[in-house]
Ligand binder design. Structure first.
Ligand code: PMT
Length: 402
């Protein structure tokens, strides 16, 4: 995707600025044309000479050249770029972006940019975890900025934790995906989808719970794909470590009951729903107030049925589209067929734990679409591609319904 693309690389004043040199080299190796913009403080961390040599273009820092008064136009920079990548992005720059402050060229260019914008956050772990920073990141995400999450590891302060800028190779992969998504047709503009993802957690006592292996990856890929095609997406998510996909509104829940309530509320305003969460079918009848102490004998926990969210949406769906998943270990097609009928799904995405690379946690899945007309089996592929195929099918079915 990067070949021939104009990448505006914004560098801010962080120790991670040294990685911008490798990042710039990698982008150029991929065939991109790179223009670097730096904040005045970034020059203390990496020299303009280094960046100018690598990018083969003069570096832009000030609004105008003090020698001859020539303006550096933030508007034309914003128009020139196919993507604006700010890496590293400090807590200070992120806060200014969230507030619309424009006191340097890098920031005025951000406010003028019409292209996709990505930020690779870099800071100390406490600054990153601070509510102010997290709220600023959420604000930027809501406005469509792609946040490339920092890695965990050793930090310049000597502390260890989440805050290290992602490695240049990972940033290049991320922006490749962002460019690919931005070129997709926005066929789902004006549509609203609910997506459920991840595992629910059913408390036994304040310490223990019943859950399952869902990481949320499949559901998050779907939410991201729907948003990339222009849909408004509400992602009702069980506990996961994944970042919120760009442009997606996320509602965090823990238990099946919480997911039921959040999903029903979001479905009221939705044109369709994709039920990818692995929801507990049973929950403890009673949750102990205190930690259950071990005794000598066996312990029996009585479970009661949870509400079936998908089945409930099925009864309310009217002309709306409802897509279900079926996770099976045996009699796959028969079980999936029965879910199609019972829950009033328009189609079911079947994945079986008997297929290597399919189902929980991994980055791939192998699925079969089952609808009222028949079956279609797809080969093993990355979850992002499975999501794209599911959304292709959603697009074709939504066209028929409208
Ligand atoms: O999150 P990952 O690690 O990427 O893994 C992805 C996945 C394996 C979780 C995903 O691909 C998947 O199969 N999700 C559905 C898991 C599941 O619980 O399937 P099921 O066959 O038990 O449920 C059938 C359908 O009813 C599902 O759409 C499920 O979301 C829904 N359901 C089930 C029970 C319940 N109480 N409410 C529901 O809405």
């Amino acid at each position: 995707m990067l070949h021939g693309k104009h990448i505006l690389l914004g560098i801010t004043g962080s120790i991670a600025a040294y990685k911008a040199a490798t990042l710039c080299r990698l982008l150029i190796k991929e065939g991109a044309d790179v223009q670097v913009v730096m904040t005045p403080l970034a020059k203390q961390f990496i020299t303009p000479l280094t960046m100018a040599t690598l990018s083969k273009r003069p570096i832009l820092v000030e609004f105008f050249d003090p020698e001859n008064g020539a303006w550096n136009s933030h508007v034309s920079l914003g128009e020139w770029a196919d993507l604006y990548l700010i890496a590293p992005a400090t807590a200070n720059t992120l806060a200014k972006m969230a507030c619309g402050i424009a006191d340097n060229l890098l920031l005025t260019t951000y406010l003028s940019a019409r292209c996709p914008v990505a930020v690779a956050a870099a800071m100390d772990l406490d600054m990153y975890a601070h509510t102010a920073t997290q709220e600023n990141l959420d604000t930027l995400r809501r406005r469509g900025v792609e946040v490339i999450e920092p890695d965990e590891g050793e930090l310049a302060s000597g502390l260890s934790g989440k805050g290290r800028m992602a490695e240049p190779e990972a940033i290049v992969r991320a922006i490749d995906g962002i460019l690919a998504r931005s070129e997709k047709k926005k066929n789902l503009s004006g549509k609203h989808f609910l997506v459920t993802a991840g595992a629910t957690i059913e408390a036994i006592d304040p310490v223990r719970f019943i859950s399952n292996h869902s990481s949320g990856k499949m559901g998050y890929a779907l939410a991201g794909e729907l948003a990339a095609r222009g849909a408004e997406v509400t992602l009702v998510s069980g506990r996961t470590a994944l970042p919120t996909p760009a442009g997606v509104r996320r509602v965090d829940v823990l238990s099946a009951e919480e997911m039921y309530r959040a999903a029903l509320e979001a479905f009221d305003h939705a044109d369709g729903a994709v039920m990818c969460a692995a929801v507990a079918d049973y929950t403890p009848e009673e949750v102990a107030d205190c930690k259950i102490k071990k005794g000598d004998g066996e312990l029996t926990i009585r479970l009661r049925r949870t509400k079936d969210i998908a089945a409930e949406l099925g009864t309310r769906k009217g002309n709306r589209l409802l897509v279900g998943f079926a996770l099976e270990t045996h009699d796959e097609e028969a079980n999936a067929q029965s879910k199609l009928e019972k829950k009033h799904f328009d189609f079911v995405v079947l994945n079986s734990l008997r297929d290597a690379g399919a189902g929980f946690r991994g980055d791939t899945n192998k699925v079969t679409f089952i609808d009222h007309a028949g079956h279609e089996s797809l080969p093993l592929m990355p979850k992002s591609e499975v999501a794209a195929r599911i959304v292709d099918k959603i697009e074709s079915m939504i066209d028929k319904k409208s």
